[in-house]
Design a protein around this ligand. Structure first.
Ligand code: AR6
Length: 177
């Protein structure tokens, strides 16, 4: 059994642009079409280049909470894991479970591809409107729970674009230590 403190030591928080990360995979907060969009999705497609859209076209979409993997193309990251998080309505429409599934299914792909490092954005906290404190708690506890259950040690970086999310994640992870 891996010690929880050891796992928490593999979680990192960083402020910035996820497209610049040198990791095995970055995660994209996509939409079910997988055909690109605004926010982090738009930034990833711009940085990876047009071949990414070509590969995404072959995937036939992806339901909210599921995940698909593509190559990273022009990115420094080898892979991109695409997952549409939930659209936040009122908190009683299964949003928490769907958000957890986005993190869980991304981690399942990471394990399947034997990745040793992954970077996540704060899925659903932009256009999809998920409350940020709860989204952070779901993200961190789901990722930690998966690593513990699967005895899977990897580096997980949460890359936050804005000051507010950076502070929320920093405080939450510091609180676990
Ligand atoms: N690096 C890291 N985080 C970023 C970046 C970046 N370059 N750019 C924005 N963020 P959003 P969602 C943060 O709206 O809420 C798209 O159109 C941003 O500050 O990108 O899951 C898709 O196609 C926010 O905290 O994704 C979907 O239609 C977080 O990323 C829809 O938006 C997520 O914001 C998905 O909405």
């Amino acid at each position: 059994m891996i010690d929880s403190k050891e796992l928490i030591g593999r979680l990192f928080v960083q402020q910035g642009d996820i497209t610049q990360m040198e990791v095995d995979a970055i995660v994209n907060a996509a939409n079910p079409s997988l055909m690109g969009g605004g926010g982090v999705d738009g930034a990833i497609h711009r940085a990876a280049g047009p071949k990414l859209l070509e590969e995404c076209r072959t995937l036939g979409g992806c339901a909210h909470g599921e995940a698909r993997i593509t190559k990273g193309y022009r990115l420094k990251a080898k892979y991109i894991i695409h997952t549409p998080g939930p659209v936040y309505k009122n908190g009683t429409s299964g949003e928490r479970e769907v958000l957890g599934n986005s993190y869980l299914n991304s981690m399942r792909l990471a394990l399947e591809y034997k990745l040793t490092s992954i970077a996540f954005p704060a899925i659903s906290t932009g256009v999809y409107g998920y409350p940020r404190g709860e989204a952070c708690e779901v993200a961190v506890t789901t990722v930690l729970g998966f690593m513990k259950e699967m005895e899977y040690m990897m580096s997980v970086v949460f890359v936050l674009f804005d000051n507010e999310n950076f502070r929320i994640y920093s405080d939450f992870i510091t609180g676990l230590k």
